[in-house]
Design a protein around this ligand. Structure first.
Ligand code: HMG
Ligand code: MG
Length: 307
């Protein structure tokens, strides 16, 4: 069941940068998106059209979308919590809009200020408008493997939201481990249950690496036949509404894993490690990518670090 080819969705420019305290210049964001698409990422989550009061870092989404060089065939996605966000996305010529809900009531309240049922009602017009406009629609389900407020999240709660997102017409659904608490067994359990109600090939794994389990969870998800993975270059990020959550699994680490398994990604790992270095310098933080740091040291100094 293990796929021979996967799609990696780069979420660094959005999920990664949204949590940065210091405002990252629009031109840096634009360069990041451009370099990622040139390195072979077929899908780049590039901006969010959310309230700038809630997430100030994403306030320049329109300028980012305006500034990028569109690479033929690349899907540029943006987050749209409501119709206001959708209209901005349409104006920005986004290829895909992302509605984002949660499998946990408490997290839904903290992140988007409404219950799960209310969020689905808000997404309905967005989904309808996306279909009418011929824009791809993706649904993201936070806290699918655990919640910072509620703790354990029943598999049935995740499946319930998958079914609701499916009814809205989502082309793709993300099973998101927002706080990185998931382990391989739980990952397989949730993905197996989700793929009973939604086509496996359109389900994706979105793993944050807070507990260091993300690569193991991806390996587990591969055994379930999952073909789409989200990752963030240099392991950028966190979530503003999930205290202590660290970044997504690093794209460099995922590509290194896939290369080792002989699974095709279409991504140039050498270019990717340079991008990881570029954005880490730009935000003044060391890269969280283990593979990225090791490969860069080897490339610059000709040595493999042992610490
Ligand atoms: P609200 O306060 O409940 O709703 O926010 P509201 O409609 O009353 O709007 C409040 C203010 O926001 C108003 O402005 C609106 O105009 C404005 P004011 O009158 O106070 O000046 N507003 C907007 N501005 C720009 N664009 C918009 C927009 N909508 C309203 N689209 C809302 C509800 C959802 C808008 C708010 O809670 C919000 O923006 N939350 C941000 C959530 C967010 O971006 N979270 C991080 C991304 S999700 C994530 O990272 C998880 C994921 O990675 C998966 C995983 O790892 O779990 C996807
Ligand atoms: Mg996330």
């Amino acid at each position: 069941m293990t796929p021979t080819k996967v799609k990696i969705v780069e979420v660094g420019p959005r999920d990664g940068l949204q949590n940065e305290k210091n405002f990252v210049a629009t031109e840096t964001k634009v360069e990041l998106v451009n370099r990622l698409s040139q390195a072979g990422l077929q899908n780049v989550e590039s901006a969010s059209f959310v309230s700038p009061k809630w997430v100030p870092q994403m306030a320049d989404g329109a300028a980012v979308m305006e500034g990028i060089d569109r690479r033929h065939g690349t899907i540029y996605s943006v987050l749209t919590p409501n119709m206001r966000g959708f209209e901005a996305a349409l104006q920005a010529h986004a290829d895909e809009v992302v509605i984002f809900g949660a499998a946990s009531e408490a997290f839904s309240q903290k992140n988007i200020n409404c219950s799960i049922a209310e969020s689905i009602a808000r997404f309905e017009p967005v989904a309808k408008a996306a279909k009418e406009a011929g824009v791809r629609l993706r649904g993201s389900i936070s806290c699918s493997l655990g919640c910072p407020y509620q703790g354990e999240v029943p598999v049935a709660s995740v499946v319930d939201v998958v079914e609701r997102m499916k009814a809205l017409g989502c082309d793709e659904i993300d099973i998101a481990d927002t706080i990185g608490v998931g382990t391989p067994t739980r990952t397989r359990e949730v993905l197996a249950a989700a793929s009973k109600v939604f086509p496996r090939e359109h389900l994706s794994g979105h793993f944050h690496d807070t507990y260091g389990q993300a690569v193991a969870n991806i390996y587990a998800a591969l055994q379930e036949g999952i073909e789409i993975y989200h990752a963030s270059v240099a392991g950028l990020g966190g979530c503003p509404y999930a205290k202590g959550a660290t970044g997504n699994v690093a794209t460099e680490d995922v590509v290194y894993l896939m290369n080792g398994l002989g699974i095709e990604t279409g991504i140039d790992l050498d270019q990717l490690i340079e991008i990881g270095d570029f954005i880490s310098r730009a935000i003044g933080k060391p890269s969280s990518s283990r593979a990225g740091r090791a490969l860069l040291a080897k490339k610059r100094d000709g040595v493999t670090p042992c610490v």
